[in-house]
Design a protein around this ligand. Structure first.
Ligand SMILES: NC(=O)c1ccc[n+]([C@@H]2O[C@H](COP(=O)([O-])OP(=O)(O)OC[C@H]3O[C@@H](n4cnc5c(N)ncnc54)[C@H](OP(=O)(O)O)[C@@H]3O)[C@@H](O)[C@H]2O)c1
Length: 327
């Protein structure tokens, strides 16, 4: 089968499309023919060696497709079922072995490309607004990179839970997308000369000096200081990514100075480890897609052979919404 292999830690150029043996499935796995593989920032961290991985490895973890074979211990899934998944190593490939426990049955009415955007970014947006900080009517939240894959879904779900969303984005096109997703205010943070001081000042102007109840920060190094300074007293900083690079070590005393604020650094795996919790999150996100309250924007699709271009686009801030590879 054709697959995208990272040959060694490095930039997008280490990705090569090659023939590899099809995976053999274990008793608790299903073999899936991939129709759409999700491209996520975590794939770039694994490719670059930022997150430790064995090399060479087939890249990717997310996708959607049709079950072709079922392991001997698997119950409740059959050949021909359409499934999606967030964490199956080697998903940039024509065939993927997926643990049955991680395979989400895709409701009819949700196309595969939409389904491929739900498991990782959709369930992340879901746990961010329900668990990392519980968004309620009247909450005001700041969402960075609001036109990105997670960002557009997060903005919509935060609105749906009753928040006023202040968004940051890089470009005019992204500003339009963030507004369409429900952001009440949009800040073009690349236009600010001194982000750590100017962004909090703008946020305080927009909140009558109070600051926001929560900041959802996936950008990391470049925005962390501004995020901390934008919080209301006893607000919550949800640091969930590092698109601009990792945040250096933080002195806990800074959380006190910022107003007895909370800092959390969550990850999806800890929010879907329990099977009931996984089912609940997936169902709520798919239901929102089906009832039209959650719009999944697929911003770009690439053939498997163009995985290098997909990674370059994601890392150069030029993508919006979901990026997919179509094997
Ligand atoms: N913890 C979790 O559970 C979890 C789960 C999913 C994703 N994440 C994290 O969430 C973040 C977003 O993931 P995504 O796949 O949805 O990507 P994305 O937001 O679609 O793409 C990244 C965006 O970040 C912004 N950005 C700011 N500085 C950047 C820089 N120096 N380099 C690249 N991008 C920069 C850009 O938007 P602007 O042009 O608007 O600045 C860019 O489009 C990633 O950091 C990812 O690791 C975490």
């Amino acid at each position: 089968m054709r697959a995208v292999v990272a040959t060694a830690p490095g930039g997008p150029e280490v990705l090569t499309v090659t023939d590899v043996p099809a995976p053999t499935i274990g008793p608790d796995e299903v073999l899936v023919r991939t129709t759409a593989a999700g491209v996520n920032f975590i794939d770039t961290y694994r490719r670059s060696g930022t997150y430790p991985m064995p090399f060479p490895h087939v890249v990717g973890s997310e996708g959607a497709g049709t079950v072709e074979a079922v392991g001997s211990d698997v119950a409740g899934l059959a050949v021909g079922d359409r499934v999606a998944w967030a964490e199956a190593p080697g998903s940039y490939a024509e065939l993927v072995a997926v643990r049955a426990a991680d395979a989400l049955v895709v409701p009819s009415g949700v196309p595969d490309d939409t389904a491929a955007a739900v498991p990782l970014q959709g369930m992340t947006a879901h746990y961010l607004v329900t668990s990392s900080f519980h968004v309620r009517p009247g909450s005001t939240v700041l969402v960075h990179a609001a036109a990105g894959g997670v960002g557009l879904l997060l903005t919509q779900l935060a609105r749906r839970h009753g928040a006023r969303v202040i968004a940051t984005v890089g470009t005019a096109e992204k500003e339009q997308l963030a507004r369409a997703a429900g952001a009440a205010e949009v800040i073009r943070y690349r236009d600010l000369d001194d982000l750590p001081t100017e962004l909090p000042a703008v946020v305080r102007d927009l909140t009558a000096g109070r600051g926001v109840d929560a900041v959802y920060d996936s950008v990391g190094k470049d925005t962390f200081d501004a995020s901390l300074a934008s919080l209301a007293r006893r607000g919550t900083l949800v640091l969930f990514g590092a698109s601009s690079g990792p945040v250096p070590p933080v002195d806990p005393q800074r959380l006190s100075s910022a107003g007895s604020v909370l800092l959390t650094r969550p990850k999806l795996a800890d929010h879907v480890a329990d099977p009931d919790e996984l089912t609940w999150r997936a169902r709520e996100v798919f239901d929102a897609v089906l009832d039209g309250t959650l719009d999944v924007r697929v911003g770009a699709t690439y053939p498997l052979t163009a995985a290098v271009d997909a990674h370059r686009a994601l890392e150069s801030r030029s993508t919006t919404g979901k990026v997919l590879l179509l094997p």
